[in-house]
Design a binder for this molecule. Structure first.
Ligand code: ZN
Length: 204
């Protein structure tokens, strides 16, 4: 049963065929958008995911913030900050920060890349469907923007005590938030399932 979509507004089931690029299918009953076929979805998502991985590398390899008190300068990387949390007895928070700002973004980026490359080269890599489902499951767990907000608040508070020098990593982190959001929103979920079906039919 391919092409059946339930309207997320009024729950009416209706059949939507393959849409031409850039066009939109709307619900016959309530007019809500059922599916929007995004132009160049696969190529754009691929570009975002690749730049995301580069930014991810920069975010984790370079200093995040430097604190200058008197003549003393202390550099912190994202991971050393997390280890500090762990050392000072806040292991749960350390794990949460690690999970939401390092692990989830990494899994999201590699997962998207895996799915997009698979579709791009017209073959289903192993566990394709599971990986694709995980991308959606992970989405609520990426909380880089919450972390960023926390950082900004503490910068304002610390500014009275020390001079704060932002590192390259913090800018890459900021860009990474935008790039991950762009990669997810440019990925056309329906198109991926459509390709998945086509492939399965061809190789049955
Ligand atoms: Zn509807």
């Amino acid at each position: 049963m391919s092409g059946l979509i339930a309207c997320h507004e009024c729950d009416l089931m209706q059949r939507v065929g393959t849409l031409p690029e850039g066009s939109t299918a709307t619900c016959v009953r309530c007019g809500a958008i059922l599916h929007k076929r995004k132009p160049n979805s696969i190529e754009r998502t691929l570009a975002f995911a690749l730049s995301g991985l580069i930014l991810f590398g920069v975010t984790n390899a370079f200093p995040f913030l430097s604190l200058k008190i008197g003549a003393q300068v202390q550099e912190t990387k994202l991971i050393t900050g997390i280890l500090e949390l762990h050392k000072s007895g806040m292991s749960e928070i350390a794990f949460l920060v690690f999970f939401t700002t390092i692990l989830v973004p990494f899994l999201q980026l590699t997962g998207i890349l895996y799915v997009v490359l698979s579709v791009r080269f017209g073959r289903l890599y192993p566990k394709f469907r599971r990986v694709f489902r995980y991308i959606n499951l992970l989405q609520p767990w990426g909380m880089m923007e919450v972390f960023m907000l926390g950082i900004l608040v503490s910068i304002v508070k610390l500014a009275k005590m020390a001079k704060i020098i932002p590192g390259i990593s913090i800018f890459a982190f900021f860009a990474l938030i935008v790039v991950i959001a762009a990669a997810i929103s440019s990925l056309d979920m329906h198109l991926v399932w459509e390709k998945c079906d086509q492939y399965r039919k061809k190789h049955r």
